[in-house]
Design a protein around this ligand. Structure first.
Ligand SMILES: NC(=O)c1ccc[n+]([C@@H]2O[C@H](COP(=O)([O-])OP(=O)(O)OC[C@H]3O[C@@H](n4cnc5c(N)ncnc54)[C@H](O)[C@@H]3O)[C@@H](O)[C@H]2O)c1
Length: 261
């Protein structure tokens, strides 16, 4: 049994993760953490009345034998959470997006020093992992690219971690260059989207959406569009489960679920 702690359990992804961990026959939920929790035990919630899982509302009070720390919290919290997990030799499985490159590098160095395995996955959905791989392949032949990501309107960070990761993977096979007319002018600021090495990234935020991404490639007289849709948060759970099962076999902090598949 893998002993698991879920951080951000009161949130949308955290709650879906709690259900997955409780239902998984190889996982044991040994703690849940969220500063906005009011209860002392998970069983105070009617839907979890048959469980016995301590609730933590601050990192300082966490005393646990958890082996894996699953994190779906907030951009402002995830770095300190991941640091805490690594320092306590708990393998972090991080779904929270919005960390800077410097923060990720610092965590990778810490994981190496502590010999603890971990994963940061901007997207645990298999359709998004495949989209990124297909997009990287397509960019070898069609280097002019724009990315449109679409999410629910409660999302805090923009562009999405998946969009940034898609751009980074494409940048490995494509030379940075300015796209569009060299003399183009925005008559409304932001009209051309964010710029990543010349690729334009557009972030849509609308109620009703969950997580969706399109990568558009344009060539002479042709175009290619690759699209993925995550309609339900349950779609991320098979990826989270794979990471939770496998992560203790590693001793470095990896980026991207594809490293474990
Ligand atoms: N990697 C993926 O596949 C994937 C998929 C969906 C969402 N996400 C990301 O997951 C994160 C959470 O998304 P959500 O929709 O569940 O958000 P949410 O706002 O519904 O939930 C976040 C929860 O984290 C809690 N929280 C805040 N600070 C905390 C801390 N220090 N420690 C523990 N908990 C803390 C909040 O109280 C809240 O309950 C976001 O960054 C989102 O982009 C990732």
């Amino acid at each position: 049994m893998v002993k698991v702690l879920v951080a951000g359990f009161k949130g949308r992804m955290g709650n879906t993760t709690v259900q997955m961990v409780l239902e998984h026959e190889d996982f044991e939920l040994v703690g849940v953490f969220d500063p906005c929790a009011k209860e002392k035990n998970l069983n105070e919630n009617a839907e979890y009345k048959d469980t016995d899982v301590p609730v933590y509302v601050s990192r300082e009070e966490i005393k646990t034998d958890a082996e894996v720390w699953i994190d779906f919290t907030a951009p402002s919290a995830v770095f300190e959470n991941a640091k805490f997990a690594l320092e306590n030799h708990i393998s972090p499985v991080i779904g929270t997006t919005g960390m800077s490159d410097d923060q990720v590098a610092e965590l990778q160095a810490l994981a190496k020093k502590e010999h603890v395995g971990g994963l940061i996955a901007p997207n645990f959905g298999i359709s998004a992992v495949l989209l990124m791989q297909f997009a990287k392949k397509a960019a070898e032949y069609l280097p002019d690219v724009e990315i449109i990501e679409m999410h629910h309107d409660n999302k805090l960070d923009a562009p999405s971690g998946t969009a940034i990761n898609t751009a980074k993977m494409i940048a490995e096979v494509r030379k940075a260059h300015k796209q569009g007319n060299p003399d183009e002018k925005e008559t409304l600021a932001g009209a051309r989207g964010a710029d990543y090495e010349g690729m334009r990234i557009h972030a849509v935020r609308l109620p009703g959406y969950v997580a969706h991404e399109q990568v558009l490639f344009g060539g002479k007289g042709e175009a290619l569009t690759i699209r993925q849709d995550s309609f339900d948060r349950i779609s991320f759970m098979s990826g989270v489960a794979v990471a939770t099962e496998k992560i203790r076999n590693y001793d470095e902090l990896m980026i991207g679920l594809e490293n474990l598949l």
